[in-house]
Ligand binder design. Structure first.
Ligand code: SF4
Length: 241
């Protein structure tokens, strides 16, 4: 267990250095973070960040979102997948927050999960980002990366979350999603780029892809460009609030 903990701490130290920023969608007041995370279901964070300024210009309070026509919300977010359902979820969520919680996003897992469009992952992101509550939000990147590293073996998101809670010291729970998401997006992708991975010596994955491809420089440049685009998009959202 001591060995395992040492590896976990080392990996986190390394990834924290590489990905020091908070999550891409951790922007503004809790209701805005909640909105962004609801919109990000099965949608790239970049797409969510691109529509965020016009969404928050049009609905600059949760009360306005609560009384908006679903059609107006739909028209504002129709650049992303499942926008019709997501528009209904946003309105339903906002109505309940206004009516049941006096306009304040609740800060418990149970209350958050009572809101429309909010599952355990979304609730965990909000708890951890907005309320300093230790939580591990397991999305597709966290699921894949933690299994490859050998920190979890479960076949379900719930089981992987339990295993991670076991393997990772509680004080580090909040940073798992923050570092695994950009890492999983760039390096530990579905076809992993182990040749560019800074934690490969601490990883249990047996089929490491260590062959440096001929276009390695181009791949790394594309990763850097995408990261810079994230910073730019996030800055735009922050400036629009
Ligand atoms: S060595 Fe490969 S599989 Fe392991 S964490 Fe790095 S990129 Fe992922």
């Amino acid at each position: 267990m001591a060995m395992k903990n040492t590896a976990v701490i080392e990996v986190l130290k390394c990834l924290r250095r590489r990905y020091p920023a908070v999550g891409a969608l951790e922007i503004g007041e809790p209701w805005k973070v909640l909105v962004l995370v609801i919109l990000s279901a099965r949608t790239k964070d970049e797409q969510v960040l691109r529509l965020a300024p016009r969404l928050f210009r049009r609905f600059d309070t949760i009360e306005k979102l609560a009384v908006a026509d679903v059609a107006a919300i739909t028209a504002t977010i129709n650049t992303i997948g499942m926008y019709k359902q997501k528009a209904k979820n946003l309105k339903g969520m906002a109505e309940r927050v206004v009516q049941e919680f006096d306009g304040f996003v609740p800060s418990t897992m149970e209350d958050l999960m009572s809101l429309k469009g909010v599952g355990r992952k979304t609730a965990s992101v909000v708890l951890s980002a907005c309320f300093d509550v230790p939580a591990i939000a397991v999305d597709t990147h966290v699921f894949r990366v933690s299994k490859r590293l050998g920190w979890a073996k479960g076949k379900t998101v719930e089981r992987v979350e339990e295993e991670l809670c076991d393997a990772v010291p509680k004080k580090n729970w909040r940073e798992i999603n923050r570092v695994f998401v950009p890492f999983g997006r760039a390096i530990c992708t579905p076809a992993p780029r182990c040749w560019a991975c800074s934690v490969k010596d601490l990883c249990a994955y047996k089929q490491k892809n260590l062959n440096v491809p001929a276009n390695a420089d181009a791949v790394l440049a594309a990763i850097a460009k995408r990261e810079a685009e994230f910073v730019r998009l996030k800055r735009e959202v922050v400036q629009s609030l």
